[in-house]
Write a protein that binds this ligand. Structure first.
Ligand SMILES: [Zn+2]
Length: 256
């Protein structure tokens, strides 16, 4: 059956805390353990929506103590090139295509901030999904062995011992085939209408929610299959206009 993992990106001191307060109380009410993608040292002005809260790291520690997963979301969330990286999704990157030493420095600085604040990075979430093989090597070297990204239906472990928990949906829970489906939300951009929509998502699908930890346990027992590859290619094609048009025609035949 389909299980849903809820992920919230762009958590930083200057995020939209008014919206977040409502989201957090809904998560608690429905007993959801989400992934929260925390930017260690945010320098992205588009994420500066309110004055910074002074107790930001206390809040992050409380979430992690509650059993919620904290992702290392890049370092400063600033894009330095137009590289799509290995996921091929968005043409902007803080990491992909950069020399190993530059990537290493950024990663270690982010990890150091987490360590200083007593936060354990439960997984990696790249800003704009953009990272490359070098980033993956460096993550493994730094002891981060879980990546939340990819368009497969199921998690798997690769030969480096890295567990990949896919993230295939954005802003909405959709009816899906069996698999582990991570829904990525960007609450900084939400209006009151989006909060209502999220409440609906939770009331329909909270009984099918899964925690990162349990998704990783499934992934550790699987290796990438040809079916996984096919599904990821199909999902990527669906994100392009031609693929979406084609899907409209085949949808009635495959009953998704
Ligand atoms: Zn982000």
């Amino acid at each position: 059956m389909a299980r849903y993992l809820f992920r919230f990106d762009d958590i930083c001191p200057t995020m939209n805390w008014i919206t977040w307060q409502e989201i957090e109380s809904l998560l608690v009410q429905y007993g959801i353990s989400p992934i929260l993608s925390v930017v260690p040292d945010n320098r992205d002005r588009t994420l500066a929506l309110m004055p910074p809260v002074p107790d930001f790291w206390d809040r992050v520690r409380r979430w992690q103590d509650r059993g919620w997963s904290i992702a290392l979301h890049g370092y400063q969330h600033t894009y330095v090139n137009r590289n799509r990286g290995m996921m091929g999704l968005t043409p902007q990157s803080e990491f992909a295509g950069l020399p190993r030493e530059v990537q290493r420095e950024k990663l270690l600085k982010g990890i150091e901030i987490f360590a200083r604040e007593g936060i354990r990075p439960d997984c990696w979430v790249a800003p704009s999904h953009s990272f490359d093989g070098t980033t993956v090597d460096l993550l493994a070297e730094a002891g981060i062995h879980i990546i939340s990204d990819g368009l497969w239906f199921w998690p798997h472990m690769d030969r480096r011992g890295m567990t990949w928990v896919p993230q295939q949906l954005w802003e909405r829970v959709r009816t899906t085939p069996p698999g582990i489906w991570t829904v990525c939300y960007h609450p900084n951009e939400w209006s009151a209408h989006d909060i209502d929509r999220f409440r609906e998502d939770l009331s329909r699908s909270s009984s099918m929610a899964i925690r990162l930890h349990d998704a990783v346990a499934i992934g550790k027992k699987r290796r990438m299959t040809i079916t996984d590859r096919f599904q990821a290619h199909a999902m990527l094609a669906l994100k392009r206009p031609v693929g979406r048009t084609l899907f409209r025609f085949i949808k009635p035949l495959i009953r998704i």
